[in-house]
Structures are given as C-alpha cells and as structure tokens.
Design a protein. Structure first.
Length: 219
C-alpha cells in the first residue's frame, strides 16, 4: 500500500501542524489564532479572510498531496480518512483531556452559548447589570478562579455591552469538585458621567476571561 515511507512521514508534519493550529484549547479560539494574537500578527485580511484558517487549510492540502504521492493505492479512501481525522480529532482530544486529566481552571468548562447578561436602569444614574454564566468543574477537586469580561470581543473593534460588568471585576467564583453551576453576577454601574450610555438591554453568548494565579483562559 505504501510506496514511499519517507514521503508518508513527511506528510505527517504539515498535517499535525494544521491540526495544532485548529486545536480548541485552552482558549475558545483555536491555538493558532491565540499565537497570532500574542505575536501581534494580523488575524484577518481587509477582505475578511482568516490568515490562520487559510494557513491551516493549505498545510492540510499539502499533507494530503504528499500522502497520495506516498501511496500505491487506496488514495481516495486515505484522503477521506485523513480529512475526518483532521476535523474531529482536535475537539475530541481537547474534550477528553479536560474531562480526564486537566486540573485547575483547565478542568473548567464554560457554555458560552447558554450565558446571558441583562441590563436595566435602577434609577436616573444607576444601571443594574446581571449575568448568568454556566460552568462545570470536571475535576474532583474544588476550583477557585476570577471572572472578567472582554472590553471588546477578540479581534473586533466594537465595545461590547457586557464590558460594563467590569465595573466591579474581577469576580471570585468557587466550584466544588464535579459541580455544575449557573453563576450569577450582579453589579450597579454609575452612568452619570457616561455619554450615550445604554438604558437597558441584553447580551448573550458572553465571552469572558477566567484567571487563577498565573493561569489565564479566554472563553
């Protein structure tokens, strides 16, 4: 089946790099996006194309080409299997690691799709904010961490409504071992000195930052 073993091994290099760039842990964004952010490398082009995604895709295509060249037969079958592995392996590995081996805040799961923040005026100068954030601690040990809110969503320029919750941030949270909990966060925000402040509203799929000591996760 294998015509050129050396070429098949070489094909693994761009294949593994491609998967690593799309690895969804420990942050919400893929690992490649986080690296680019840290190094101040532009994430998208002016036309909205994602550099990291394009790079990952090209590396995958290169690995598949090298794989096909290294095989005597079963080309289509091998390519389909490789594509399935590339798509499903990163999230499965990340989920398995978090549920079995991870400790501390790395064992904390956050369901951003189920999160929600509501705002309403308490009086003429005070805006009241309430956020419900669902967490699960996969570790057997208790975990304590703090929560902050993004001033802007990653790689966006617009200020987000929920950033008003940083008025009293960071917020302390403690989860017992194996505990699943909807954490309620409330704060009163003085808007008397703010121009064009909101009078109320709702935000969902809230992006947050959790910290414990030197460890940080962007979720």
């Amino acid at each position: 089946m294998i015509k050129d073993k050396k070429l098949s091994y070489i094909a693994l290099v761009p294949f593994l790099i491609s998967m690593a760039l799309n690895f969804p842990f420990p942050h919400k964004n893929p690992y490649g996006v986080e690296i680019a952010s840290v190094l101040n490398i532009p994430i998208t082009t002016v036309n909205g194309f994602n550099y990291v995604g394009i790079t990952s895709f090209l590396l995958l295509i290169l690995s598949l080409y090298l794989l096909v060249k290294s095989l005597k037969k079963y080309h289509v079958r091998s390519v389909l299997i490789a594509i399935m592995v590339a798509i499903f392996t990163p999230p499965i590995v990340a989920s398995t690691f978090q549920k079995t081996i991870a400790t501390g805040i790395y064992a904390i799961s956050y369901e951003s799709q189920e999160s929600i923040c509501n705002f309403e005026m308490k009086n003429e100068t005070t805006l009241h904010g309430v956020c419900e954030l669902p967490f699960e601690n996969y570790s057997r040990n208790s975990n304590q961490f703090t929560i902050e809110f993004y001033e802007r969503y990653p790689f966006e320029d617009d200020v987000r409504m929920e950033s008003l919750m940083n008025n009293d941030a960071p917020y302390e949270v403690r989860l017992r071992g194996k505990e699943r909990k909807r954490v309620m966060i409330e704060t009163d925000i003085d808007v008397s000195q703010m121009e064009n402040h909101i009078d109320g509203g709702q935000a969902s799929s809230v992006t947050i930052i959790i910290k414990s000591g030197e460890k940080t996760r962007k979720l």
